[in-house]
Design a protein around this ligand. Sequence first.
Ligand code: NOJ
Ligand code: CA
Length: 692
Amino acid sequence: MRFLCLLALWVMGAAGPALAQDTAQQTDVAQPAGTQPVATAASPDGKLALAITINGEGRVGYAVSREGKPVIGESHLGFLFSDSRQMLRGMELQSAAKSSKDESWQQPWGEWRTVRDNHNELVTTFQERDKLRRTMRVRFRLFDNAVAFRYEVPQQPNLARANIVEELTQFRVVEPGDAWWAPALESNREEYLYNHTPIDGIALAQTPLTMRTRSGLHLSIHEAALLDYSGMNVARVHEGLLEAALTPSSSGPKVVRDTPFETPWRVILIAPDAPALYHANTVFLNLNEPNKLGDVSWVKPRKYVGIWWGMHLDTQTWNSGPKHGATTAYAKRMIDFAARHGFSGLLVEGWNKGWDGDWFATGDDFSFTEAYPDFDIAEVSRYGRRKGVRLIGHHETAANIVNYERQLEPGLDLYRRLGVDTIKTGYVSDAGGVQALDPNGRRVFEWHEGQVMSRHHLKVVEEAAERRIAINPHEPIKDTGLRRTYPNWVSREGQRGMEYNAWGEPKNPPHYDTELVFTRMLSGPMDFTPGILSLTGRGNTPIPSTLARQLAYYVTIYSPIQMAADLPENYEANPGPFQFIKDVAVDWDDTRMLAGSVGDYAVVARKERGRPTWFLGAITDEEARTMTLPLSFLERGRRYRAEIYRDGDDADFRTNPRSIVIERRVVRSTDSMPVRLAAGGGLAVRFVPLGR
Ligand code: NOJ
Ligand code: CA
């Protein structure tokens, strides 16, 4: 405790904008006695301060404060190896160098057209004092709303290959508070309702792991640029001390890398409130390399429909038989529906052989080129292209990447020949059930977020890019901002989507969605598959949502490809609300989280890419809420027609979910909009410019 206070005092003195001015200079390295900071850095606005320490045992640590108040207390860094002594103690600082960057870059598609990367960097190099003399660099970056760092392990004789059993990275959260976290390494992979506990009630958590400290600071721990490494979970040691827990591997060490290599970035978002936490998520993109694919104009944000929801309702099947969904005749009817209503994509699941029997047990039978006899894929894609509707491909692998990788090239080639430019992939199996080959060609079982899968997903994305195809994995590896480098990695699942509302209990409760926005959605787009206007799942069981909320998801839960997931007949029976799904944009110039509170509500405004139209979406938890929203995001001096889809005054997700009011008003940026969200409800608005 005494140390923490000293460090806090020190950090208060050190945090000043002056530090942010340093550019590419070597700092003097003082060799410490005890735990004096040996190097420091601050965020560009001077609010966040970082102190690097080496304690009496020679353990490297870092600490972070915000406006002089400790946020992350001294937290240690290092590695545990399976074939060599741990790299943790007896370290000395060899060098520390600072630099700064302030640059903006453009996203080919995304929530913001322009992203600013403004950070200060501190690169520290450490070496063991004893005879092994192994070294590691740690590169820190401070943004106004985040601290990030990664290990860079140089090539060296005493560490030619790193067999990493664990990464000894700590995050010591100083203040108590609340945490929202999904359990890690459980059988259902990433798809768990969030636990909402005190920070000292965290067990083994997936990331993003979001916290709100007693003083109201919002933190989220996650990672960026997960490449050839295993995904990081976070385990609580005691009180607020959290530690990295890498995803296991069948080979023993969780990660095997030859030096030189670098780890993914370890990131702590630090923001004053929930909306600012959401806006801080550009950090994950900034920590990834720029676009490697060149011209990606072939990656097309779009809305799509599917032969899909029927299977989840159990009224159709993936497998062959009387209920087979993917028939030529039904696909053509779906294409007609899509064309009539302006959707440019049709996902067809269950068209290929392999779904009969227990497909998720092995996945060995999946063919990625052969269609069932009642589905003429060439004819369906020809028919669709004539009507401006492309097939969205589907590759369910049952997490058998042996079978998938064998057929990957012919499977992708077929789709390319048919003009398919987006493929949904799928990795259904229990956690730890990914079938892969080890280096000796033996079949082994891996985890969805292990090193093997970080390689596999990249391979699929790169092979697809060569054929100008975008990829949308379900049961994926977590998103760590790689869409910047590979913009054809358009979306993914990675939490509980709408399908949970089709199946049994528990369905996704309203507060889950408002947690999702500030946890999973920090990491990147989600193929959530909204828009179930029937508000019913299997056997007509009610979905916990109002009608307006189904529309609001298109704005609150970001994805550049959005599904209109319900059956055509349910859209045709609800033409009023359906109009919003037809109108809503999927690609944006600007995004503003106007208001929000983790697990309570979220209100987002987004401006359509290349057009002056704005959209607004709001969702709440089980509580009804009223608020007054200033419309100051609209262009000044302009009039807009606000097309409002709101919960009826008597709406309630339990008792009256279908009550909706659709109305129009003329508004300006100086107006405020009164908002009432029903319990489990939502609001969706399109603002169409009308001139001045
Ligand atoms: C799970 C996916 O989330 C779902 O969308 C898909 O329909 C099934 N797997 C079958 O691939
Ligand atoms: Ca799934």
